[in-house]
Design a protein around this ligand. Structure first.
Ligand SMILES: *Cc1c(COP(=O)(O)O)cnc(C)c1O
Length: 250
């Protein structure tokens, strides 16, 4: 793959860096335009660049372009990249479905997990994070409760039912080592995103009645970032519009 050999030079200014800079600028422009039309130009959302399937050298290029927040959805890949890029001041966000047995690994590198969707995962993360706090001095883990917005309750993209958010929030808030950030969702496939993001904003409003600090809303991907910003997203998770289509995995 040409990407990888180019990257070997490790310098900004290669063709791939130029491409990433252009794509990033275009996405940033969309974000400011959407924030402006939502009347929140003064409170733009944070941008997390989802780098899954793309090589660590692309993350190095993005870091040179000022990106600090990166997202990954598979522990094995994320752990390897975090290790390889340990010299950079990056903040790692875990955004994919997470098995409890991976909690230990994720606690070593992730600042936040956006996909907390069941009590056993809360407990596994809390235990793993407390261990890391003692052994390596890491800080608390930011937790977003992933909400399933499918009308039929189909859990294929993960997430807790809206009715289960309150109990999960209580469990996170009561766990030493975990910080309750707010909610996260992926818009349903094949349907307009607006109704889903509106629903998420309602779930968020109810959550903040009990937990006033848990104001974060992680929503908005390449295809639907404008809609997400319109409904109050505070954290965008953008992959393909910045990095290009994901290389096929073999
Ligand atoms: C891959 C992924 C993204 C980024 O999606 P794009 O459509 O590539 O912008 C965001 N959130 C999650 C949970 C993902 O898995």
């Amino acid at each position: 793959m040409t990407d990888v050999s180019d990257a070997g030079r490790g310098q900004g200014g290669d063709a791939r860096s130029v491409e990433l800079a252009e794509r990033l600028a275009a996405v940033r422009k969309r974000i400011s335009a959407a924030a402006e039309s939502a009347g929140r130009a003064d409170r733009p959302p944070a941008l997390i660049v989802v780098t899954k399937f793309h090589p660590a050298d692309d993350i190095r290029r993005l870091a040179a372009l000022g990106i600090r927040d990166v997202g990954e959805n598979r522990d094995q890949e994320a752990a390897a990249k975090a290790l390889e890029l340990a010299d950079l001041a990056l903040t790692w966000h875990f955004v994919g479905q997470l098995q409890t047995k991976k909690a230990k690994s994720v606690a070593r590198y992730a600042a936040t997990v956006h996909s907390v969707d069941r009590p056993q995962l809360v407990d596994a993360l809390a235990k793993a994070v407390r261990h890391e706090m003692d052994s390596s001095g890491r800080g608390p883990l930011g937790c977003f409760i992933q909400v399933n917005l499918e009308d039929d309750g189909d859990a294929h993209r993960g997430g807790a039912a809206p009715a289960d958010v309150a109990l999960l929030a209580e469990r996170i808030a009561g766990s030493e080592g975990l910080d309750l950030m707010g909610v996260m969702a992926v818009a349903p496939l094949g349907a307009p995103p607006e109704p889903a993001f509106e629903k998420l904003s309602g779930v968020s409003a109810r959550l903040t009645e009990t937990y006033p600090a848990a104001t974060a809303i992680s929503a908005g991907m390449s295809q639907d970032l404008e809609a997400a910003i319109g409904f109050g997203a505070t954290h965008l998770r953008i992959g393909s519009d910045i990095l290009g289509s994901r290389p096929a995995v073999g």
